[in-house]
Design a protein around this ligand. Structure first.
Ligand SMILES: C[S@@+](CC[C@H](N)C(=O)[O-])C[C@H]1O[C@@H](n2cnc3c(N)ncnc32)[C@H](O)[C@@H]1O
Length: 213
């Protein structure tokens, strides 16, 4: 399917501020990947952020060390959320928050990849419900940013989720007052031959930005 979401730009890594690269713990590595992959700026940390598919909420915890006033809510459907101070158990398809609560909704290596193993009808429902929920809880002029969105053509399940996500993005543009940008993260994954040479492209990683006008 031909993509038509507006611009597909090259990915620019932001500078990670307040960072001592020599002393990265595992959680700090995660924080650094979030900042780079989601193109987070220091201004982004001034608003209310929702992290969808947060795992143990490590991003929110470490963010407090770098941005004392940060206000990050973690959302996760599994037990990993237990003990996370600003965490809620829940899933992207049914967000337990009121309308227009967040300046920025993010999902790092989670939505929509987590749905890849369903059948097409199920994936369509989960993807569309989640997009509607992200838009509902985002303030006007706020943004939704999804990183490491995997898109590939080789395996059937990849083809299905790629098609479903691309179609949902086209529909969102028609149904909501949003601007959508799909950015190639230049993190392609390959299948390798016996000599360790890349044989064929398995998937590309995209950063998807949806801005509410
Ligand atoms: C690969 S992990 C990424 C964790 C974290 N964002 C990171 O980058 O380190 C994907 C996470 O999404 C969560 N997840 C699975 N289904 C979900 C859903 N429907 N809504 C929100 N999160 C979901 C998983 O439990 C898991 O913690």
């Amino acid at each position: 399917m031909k993509e038509n979401f507006g611009s597909i730009n090259n990915f620019q890594k932001p500078k990670v501020e307040n960072y001592d690269n020599e002393k990265l713990t595992e959680n700090e590595e995660t924080f650094k990947s979030y900042v780079e992959d989601l193109n987070l700026s220091s201004e982004d940390f001034e608003g209310a952020i929702l992290d969808v598919g947060s795992g143990d909420g490590g991003f929110a915890k470490i963010a407090k060390k770098h941005y004392e006033d940060s206000n990050i809510h973690s959302l996760e459907p599994t037990d990993s959320i237990k003990g996370t101070p600003t965490g809620t158990r829940g899933a992207s398809e049914n967000l337990p928050f009121g309308d227009s609560k967040f300046d920025l909704v993010i999902s790092h290596c989670a939505f929509p990849n987590v749905f890849i193993d369903g059948d097409k009808e199920k994936i369509e429902e989960q993807v569309r419900k989640s997009f509607d929920e992200f838009i509902r809880v985002t303030k006007d002029e706020g943004e939704i940013r999804l990183s490491n969105v995997l898109q590939g053509e080789i395996y059937e399940n990849q083809r299905v989720i790629t098609e479903v996500v691309n179609k949902a993005l086209q529909d969102l543009k028609l149904e909501y007052d949003v601007e959508i940008e799909k950015i190639d993260m230049n993190k392609d994954s390959y299948e390798y031959d016996n000599e360790n040479n890349p044989k064929r492209l398995l998937a590309k990683n995209f950063l998807i930005k949806i801005r509410k006008k």
